[in-house]
Write a protein that binds this ligand. Sequence first.
Ligand SMILES: NC(=O)c1ccc[n+]([C@@H]2O[C@H](COP(=O)([O-])OP(=O)(O)OC[C@H]3O[C@@H](n4cnc5c(N)ncnc54)[C@H](OP(=O)(O)O)[C@@H]3O)[C@@H](O)[C@H]2O)c1
Length: 284
Amino acid sequence: MIVVTGATGTLNGATVDHLLKRLPPHQIGVSVRDPARAAHLADRGVRVRQGSYDDPAALRHSFADAEQVLLVSSNDLSSDVVAQHHRAIDAAVDAGAQRILYTSAQGTAFDTPYPPLAIHAATEQHLAASGIAWTALRNGFYGDPAQLLGAWQETGVIAMPADGPFSWVDRRDAAEAAAAILTTDDPFDGPIDLTLPEPVTLADFATAASEITGRQIDRIVVDDETWVSDATTSGVPEAVARFTLSMFQATRSGHFSGSDPTLARLLERNPRSISDQLKGLDVR
Ligand SMILES: NC(=O)c1ccc[n+]([C@@H]2O[C@H](COP(=O)([O-])OP(=O)(O)OC[C@H]3O[C@@H](n4cnc5c(N)ncnc54)[C@H](OP(=O)(O)O)[C@@H]3O)[C@@H](O)[C@H]2O)c1
């Protein structure tokens, strides 16, 4: 059996959908904080058990019979996220899992400007010490393009801090790749990068947006502190603005400039490009 946490979330929910295309439902289990939100999976024959990263006993119960456990990285920033991940890893080991997979991030390291990377590094360290096989799915960046690009559709400009090369993957591709890894006999040991074939910059987004809309979309670099000040004036909490800024700072120092063909190999096609992803928006 494969047990997946975070199955009521976007990424691992999509991974479970892909697993259901590859495996009979009785070979899939989910560990979710609120089983009522996974009723659609129970209806399809998936084993649904309650589990939270704050409750080791519930995790052990929800991981029972699992050969592989896929752990989502917690988004519960009010908690000690590293401790949550350690509890989840320990529970999977205690429950007898043979492999743990974890949704990590490209560029994972202790010493970077972008705080999540240190959380992933500490989690990967615990996985490496767990004594069982493990795989860190080091996904490129993904998420809401509006957070990355600002209000370019209204303004005609991508006015953000200076950036460097990074991968912007489609979450659906990351989920499909995770399902492929979970169902292959190939060993994927340790960290693997799941990125675009070539990294991109915000200038590339401006070019793609111009081509798709037929309008001129310009990339404008805004000074870091001016950008934070503008964001807070428009209602973004300063901590959120500084968190986003730290991502751009990390791209500038080359933390995300690498690329890897593994995602394309797993998908047996090219990953969705940034043009493909922008075309999926309601662009004008
Ligand atoms: N690489 C990137 O660019 C990037 C971008 C955004 C996020 N992320 C990370 O990737 C993860 C998955 O992304 P996503 O888009 O699927 O996020 P999401 O839709 O917010 O899903 C996060 C999942 O984590 C679960 N979770 C949170 N705290 C938990 C806890 N204490 N115990 C058990 N489960 C817990 C949530 O459970 P509920 O459904 O019960 O709320 C939810 O299912 C995020 O949590 C975040 O760490 C990475």
